[in-house]
Design a protein around this ligand. Structure first.
Ligand code: 5AD
Ligand code: SF4
Length: 334
């Protein structure tokens, strides 16, 4: 698929064509990554952030947000809970918290690794090369750093205090170090066009990104973008489907943002190219303050119930929960 064809398909509203697109993506998903849906337990361990991204509720300019850091011992307990739920991968996510020194993160990673043996994914933003190397030496194997948007102008407008070149540089560093590397974008950002979305997909293919998080933009009332419209869910599904067709064997989650707008859409995403779900292990008393976008606290904290519901939903579409770490490079044929 070339750029023009991607743009055309992103814009199609012809019901037959949309159906054929989502079905083709589902077939490609089955062919390239199989029927297992991989789970990642996510722990949002700090909502402090030094950045001021225009769209995000954690931006430092949002003074109405109550800030928290989960104490180490509690993070370790939560990681053990992920392992006890039979999930092999934990995602440690936070804002760009100035308190997260290299030593602190390395200590946390190595303690979790030693105590649980989980595959550890970090999602804590842009750091110097040496940090990424140190985190890896401490036991981190995967890293999520969404590129957010491929458009240089849009990136500049949305990120008053960061530079797109540095973000792309970080992705190159992570790939070069051998991390399984995640990127991704938001769909429906004000000022975004279908051509921007096509460039997002092509950029991720070019960087050989392993994990791709695609979610709708959701306006947050305490941010400068509060008046903007939310992303269109049907368009998100088409972006997921085309991304699957273009990138083959990548891991693509049905994102929490998608489920926040419409819980039923998660299954639709899993039937249109997605193959990963990320259950949230952050305790409710913290999670209610991890308000990147509104609607997140509505997601249930009862992990047993969440997993049972998921298992039932999945059996309805002939899919099953994957065992093992479910990395891009841990497929049986590798
Ligand atoms: N709507 C949807 N997604 C958002 N993110 C941040 N703010 C929003 C929003 N308003 C996503 C970004 C970021 C991650 C922390 O959450 O993609 O990488
Ligand atoms: Fe901070 Fe990430 Fe939110 Fe930007 S998107 S304000 S870096 S938490």
């Amino acid at each position: 698929m070339d750029r023009d064809e991607i743009i055309r398909l992103l814009g199609t509203t012809d019901a037959d064509e949309v159906r054929a697109l989502l079905k083709a993506a589902d077939e490609e998903r089955r062919r390239s990554v199989g029927d297992e849906v991989h789970l990642r337990g996510i722990i949002e361990f700090s909502n402090h952030c030094g950045r001021n991204c225009l769209y995000c509720g954690l931006r430092r300019g949002n003074e109405t947000l109550r800030r928290y850091r989960i104490p180490d011992e509690e993070i370790l307990e939560l990681a053990a809970r992920v392992r006890d739920a039979g999930i092999a991968t934990v995602v440690l996510q936070a804002g760009e918290d100035p308190a997260h020194t290299t030593e602190y993160i390395c200590g946390l990673v190595s303690r979790i690794k030693a105590a649980t043996g989980l595959t550890i994914t970090l999602s804590i933003g842009e750091r110097p090369y040496e940090d990424y190397r140190a985190f890896q030496a401490a036991g981190a194997e995967r890293y999520l750093l969404k590129h957010e948007t491929a458009s240089p102008e849009l990136y500049r407008r949305l990120h008053p205090d960061s530079d797109q070149n540095n973000r792309i540089q970080c992705l190159h560093w992570l790939k070069g170090l051998g991390y399984e590397t995640g990127a991704g974008n938001m769909v429906g950002l004000p000022g975004q066009t279908l051509a921007t979305l096509a460039d997002d997909i092509l950029l991720m293919r070019e960087l050989d990104i392993d994990m791709i998080g695609i979610g709708p933009f959701i306006p947050h009332p305490d941010t400068p973008l509060k008046g903007a419209a939310a992303g269109d869910l049907e368009l998100v599904l088409r972006v997921i489907a085309i991304t699957r067709l273009v990138t083959g064997n990548t891991n693509i989650p049905a994102t929490t943002a998608l489920a926040a707008l419409d819980p039923a859409i998660r299954l639709k995403a899993l039937a249109s190219g997605a193959n990963v779900v990320m259950p949230d292990f952050t305790p409710a008393r913290y999670k209610q303050h991890y308000e990147i976008y509104p609607g997140r606290s509505g997601v249930s904290s009862d992990i047993k119930a969440v997993l049972a519901g998921l298992e039932k939903d999945l059996s309805g579409i002939n899919r099953r929960i994957g065992k093992g770490p479910g990395g891009r490079r841990s497929r049986p044929e590798d």
